[in-house]
Design a protein around this ligand. Structure first.
Ligand code: MN
Length: 279
């Protein structure tokens, strides 16, 4: 059965971290398991000294996934991981029982400014994995598979899951689909989906039609159940993310950077952070 575009969630522009602008679909945390948040960072062009990021802060109970399209970020965390994120790179950070990290523009961005654009999504963990040891996958762009349709009208970067017969290299705790797709005007692509997964599409350029309903730049489309979705790029072409994953069907207790199942677990996370034992 083909999926339809069941509802469209508009995005708000909000300030995050040290004051950087993100486009964020409204009420994201309650939208579609297992995704807790989808932030489009920028696009923004910083002047010299203007770039801002998110200084040292904790996480527990889920994963943060950062995908950069333009600019440069640097990160460092309490598990001893550090590195640079350049255009096309992905950092898949599983906070598990606890991580304290900083996510900042690279020094050259701080000094000279420049364009910054990217995404951060939060992926929930099942209750049984919330306290797993932190895990960190830093995947450079050259190692992330890309695929193009035979006629050249559809391009995909396969961050997680599968598209155009190409499988991702990133190892996810629960099965996740995360595809960046660009389609030329009029192009059509039929994407196969796990029938029991939730699937959504976030458009960030042009417009894409799904079963006759259009999704425009800045719209998050929630799809009905089904085992495939047919996407057609409209006159300006289309650029979007396809995100999919299982329904966890577990209670969510959320406080800032902690996402657990019960309020007691949230109190514990705050206490562990205050005691210095979170990470
Ligand atoms: Mn963070």
């Amino acid at each position: 059965m083909k999926r339809t575009l069941e509802s469209i969630v508009p995005t708000n522009t909000v300030l995050e971290g040290g004051g950087f602008k993100v486009r964020r679909p409204a009420a994201m945390g309650r939208l579609m398991s297992p995704f807790l948040l989808l932030d489009e960072m920028g696009p923004v062009v910083y002047g010299p000294g203007e770039a801002v990021g998110a200084p040292s802060h904790p996480h527990r109970g889920f994963e943060t996934v950062t995908y950069l399209l333009a600019g440069g970020m640097q990160h460092a965390d309490s598990a001893g991981n550090s590195g640079d994120l350049n255009p096309g790179d992905v950092q898949w950070m599983t906070a598990g029982r606890g991580v304290i990290h900083s996510e900042l523009p690279q020094d050259h961005m701080m000094e000279h400014g420049g364009k910054m654009h990217g995404f951060q999504i939060w992926v929930n963990l099942p209750a049984k994995d919330k306290m797993m040891p932190p895990r960190y996958q830093d995947i450079p762009s050259k190692d992330i598979p890309e695929a193009t349709s035979e006629d050249g009208t559809v391009w995909a970067k396969v961050i997680a899951g599968e598209a155009l017969g190409t499988s991702a290299v990133i190892d996810t705790v629960i099965p996740i689909t995360y595809i960046h797709m660009k389609m030329q005007p009029g192009a059509t692509y039929a994407h196969a989906c796990e029938a029991d997964h939730n699937v959504m599409v976030y458009a960030f350029g042009g417009s894409v039609a799904i079963e006759g309903r259009s999704l425009h730049d800045g719209g998050l489309g929630l799809l009905s159940p089904g085992d495939s979705v047919e996407l057609t790029a409209e006159e300006d072409g289309a650029e979007f993310l396809i995100l999919g994953g299982p329904e966890l069907d577990e209670p969510i207790a959320r406080y800032g950077p902690f996402v657990m199942n019960t309020r007691q677990e949230i109190y514990q996370a705050v206490e562990d952070y205050n005691n210095g034992t979170l990470a």
